[in-house]
Design a protein around this ligand. Structure first.
Ligand SMILES: NC(=O)c1ccc[n+]([C@@H]2O[C@H](COP(=O)([O-])OP(=O)(O)OC[C@H]3O[C@@H](n4cnc5c(N)ncnc54)[C@H](OP(=O)(O)O)[C@@H]3O)[C@@H](O)[C@H]2O)c1
Length: 164
């Protein structure tokens, strides 16, 4: 069995990943989110509360479950909120990623980071993987900073830049 741990499992993508991974054979799913579980069923997977901005909480949960793979979906995704609450955006979209990468490295987990096309300015798409980023919003800037942390500090990593 491979253990997959998802952050932000109450979110849009987190719930879709829970739909998928809880049904797959040979996968043990640990779904984590801030506060109570809002996924409609608690069958076929484990739920653990995890606030990714709390380093102690991150180290304890990841150290306890020792996943083979972490899929990091949790983020401040409201672009306007990121402009008005830059400090909160930094905490969630940048500094929390450092906590998670450190915890992933400690248990030798592969870290899959969700990023976005908002790291680009949108003027010259479609973009290749190595196209030069140029974020126009604080959200895009924060997601780009997070990518840099993942690339520089994670031992085993992938980045998926999704759109809409
Ligand atoms: N949806 C898109 O169009 C899109 C496009 C490009 C990239 N992405 C990226 O894809 C990823 C997933 O996006 P999404 O659409 O699924 O976002 P979402 O629905 O907004 O989900 C994000 C989740 O993060 C959770 N969260 C916030 N603070 C947290 C904390 N301190 N600890 C743990 N969880 C916390 C939120 O919890 P609560 O529900 O409790 O607030 C929310 O459920 C994000 O990294 C985003 O940047 C999304």
């Amino acid at each position: 069995m491979k253990k997959v741990l998802i952050t932000g499992s109450n979110g849009l993508l987190g719930q879709k990943l829970t739909d998928l991974y809880r049904t797959l054979p040979h996968i043990e799913l640990i779904a984590t989110a801030r506060g109570a579980n809002r996924y409609p069923t608690s069958e076929d997977y484990t739920y653990a509360e995890l606030d990714i901005t709390n380093k102690g909480n991150v180290m304890a949960i990841i150290g306890n479950y020792k996943p083979d793979c972490i899929i990091h979906t949790a983020a401040m995704t409201n672009v306007d909120q990121c402009e008005t609450d830059k400090e909160g955006c930094d905490l969630l979209n940048v500094f929390a990623v450092e906590n998670l990468v450190e915890a992933a490295n400690a248990v030798n987990a592969h870290f899959i980071h969700l990023s976005t096309d908002f790291i680009f300015d949108g003027l010259h798409g479609p973009y290749t993987e190595d196209a030069k980023p140029k974020p126009l919003s604080y959200y895009g800037w924060s997601k780009l900073k997070a990518e840099e942390i993942v690339m520089q500090k994670a031992a085993k990593w992938s980045i998926a830049r999704t759109i809409l």
